[in-house]
Design a protein around this ligand. Sequence first.
Ligand code: ADP
Ligand code: TRP
Length: 323
Amino acid sequence: MRILSGIQPSGRPHIGNYFGMMQPSIALQNEGDAFYFIADFHSLTSTHDPEQLRRNVLDLAIDFLASGLDPEKATFWKQSDVPEVTELSWILSCVTPMGMLERCVSYKDKIAQGISPSHGLFAYPVLQAADIILFDSNVVPVGKDQKQHLELTRDIANKFNDRYGEDLLVVPEPRIRESAATVPGLDGRKMSKSYDNTIEIFEETEKKLRKKIMKIVTDSTAVEDPKDPTDSYIVQLYQLFATTEQVSEMEDSFRAGGEGYGYYKQALFESIRDHFAPMREKREALLQDTGYVEDVLAEGAKKAREQAQEVIERVRSAVGIRP
Ligand code: ADP
Ligand code: TRP
């Protein structure tokens, strides 16, 4: 089983990225042939400062390795180090109907935000399809917001197979973890770098982490009154870190009343701090040894590129640009 996923180096990873993509990917590295990459080509649609991009790539590599990505088990590289992906993207774009891309929610969202779209932003899902198809990927762990892109990838692979020959391309399956399909942000909307509502997995200091958690939006129920745990973002976030018993305890305490929201936020703060503490230590060590991180990415690129040759040769020959 080939498992593959990618993440854009468009800022420091947050708890949504961690539970939606990073942790499931790390868990799957023991269950098959895992391929994970940093999608720097994709980031060019939004990051236009070259120094920033270089820094983001290294930071993200460090954060992912600190979080548990094991380069002995998983192949880990930077997307642009396997340039065959852009060739495949072009070939796939020639079987992709315009209408399919026009219907993409992530594209429509960006336009609604007033971003004037580049061709790259419009074609983004085709490059993503190429990322997946280039490695004969079977399973793609992502958050729920990527579901439509995965459907598009499946459609594109099927269209290619219809035109050029059955079973030429592997049709992948998304793997979306229900318990963390959409992690809420501080304001209750989907946690996202674009909404400025994130809790980073490695906030600079404990104080900053705590301050952010204290900002989680709540209603104005008085301290002594019973509170409804069902719609609370505090509880929803706590569920990601605490045991079932701890969550039940918090829910019971909500219903009983007598504690203010700050009390529950403190418990959430402690569970997040403790969860990431060992990874934070590992991160400190990696920051002192960026040469190692560069080596991991270079080695990963070599392995990924070898794998990519097989599929790109198959595709070139199928479409007729090679014998
Ligand atoms: P952002 O919206 O912050 O820019 P990305 O688009 O870079 O995040 O997402 C990277 C990965 O993290 C994707 O697999 C995405 O589905 C997942 N992800 C992002 N935000 C969340 C969230 N709030 N809940 C669950 N998964 C998420
Ligand atoms: N579009 C994905 C995101 O924003 C990142 C990505 C690029 C990706 N290529 C991919 C994810 C291939 C999975 C597979 O999160």
